[in-house]
Design a protein around this ligand. Sequence first.
Ligand code: NIG
Ligand code: FE
Length: 414
Amino acid sequence: MSTSFDNAAQVLTPPEPNLPYLRTNRAGEMRLDPGGLTAGEDGRIAALEATRTADLHVDATDCALLPGLVDCHTHLPFAGWRAQEYEQKVTGVPYEEIARAGGGIASSARALRETPDDAVLQQAADLATEMLAHGTTTFECKSGYGLSRDGELRALKLAAELRARVRQQTTRTALLAHAVPEGYTAKTWMDEVEAMTPAAVDTGASALDIFVESIAFDVEDLDRLGKLAAGAGVALRAHVEQFSTMRSVPVALRHDARSLDHLSAIHPDDIGPLASSNTAAVLLPGAEFMGAEATAPARDLVDAGAIVVLATDANPGTSPVFSLPLIVGLGVRRYGLDTREALLAVTLNAAYVLDHAHDLGSIEVGKRADLVLLDSPSEHMAYRLGHNPVAAVFIAGQPAYVRSDAEWRITPAP
Ligand code: NIG
Ligand code: FE
């Protein structure tokens, strides 16, 4: 079935086709012009204009039409929640202290171990439904709450199985070095990581990930993981400079990491080299806000030419946030981003992190017709903080979510 999107107030398009990413200091070249588009029967964008003869018509009057949002950093699937830790945190107990007392990642690992597969998958699928209603058409899953060889491989297999239960496209990242499991040192756990890497990659994981922090792994472990990722032919990603300045950036850049995530405590000397590399800077304003963390120097990264990305970091601990529109609102306020910079950060540049920019992340002929229709111009996404501006979501050109007050917009051809 072909679908024509008619008369949108704004259609977000890149300045040229086939971009692998767009450095954020060029975001001003993104166009937000009035127009329409047509999705063909093959689920791909067929034309950057409406077509009278299409089977389905979407009246996009007064709406912005965006590419489907891409959440390139989530910790799905996980089990249960950690609301009591949030209460501790907001009343003054630091995350590191909660973690050292057996909370944090270790407590989510216990919950995952004790929860049957079906219940883990159901929780993740329900969250994916919530994400769809907030415009997310592609998301990343991470392991990391397994904390044993079997546990990590189980988490990756569950992430693979999740694909059959959700409408979105997903990718898998093996976060094998997330916390040091009991009975190990960081170094002996890295031996385990090395041993399980081939099996992790066999589950379909496209990246290895690590948490470099005073309470987790150090830059030597990062260096080792970089070699393991290169040997296994998968991308290197890393949680770095979240609470402490560990100087992970130069090490990760030597391994040509695909992304470095968090960066709230990045050393000023590392901004220039990161910005001129092909490594994306994934900023996580939900975790920063919920954890009262330092603010990543986003403006400096943008101005120096970095590939800036925003993501939810959706997880039961530091960021129980699943809405990319909310993340855009927080990012715009915290970082001083404009609308085009923020939208680029949750579309094309996020798709680059997941190695899907050839197929997703921007409105151009030939790409998958994963699209989001907003109930307003795109500037409202950040401005009306907490309002969900998503009126409808289309996956491969077909309606996948339609808010009840937008149903009238979608009609068969007259
Ligand atoms: O991205 N920083 C480490 N990992 C997660 C938190 C995981 C958790 O607290 O459960 C993060 O913030
Ligand atoms: Fe994370």
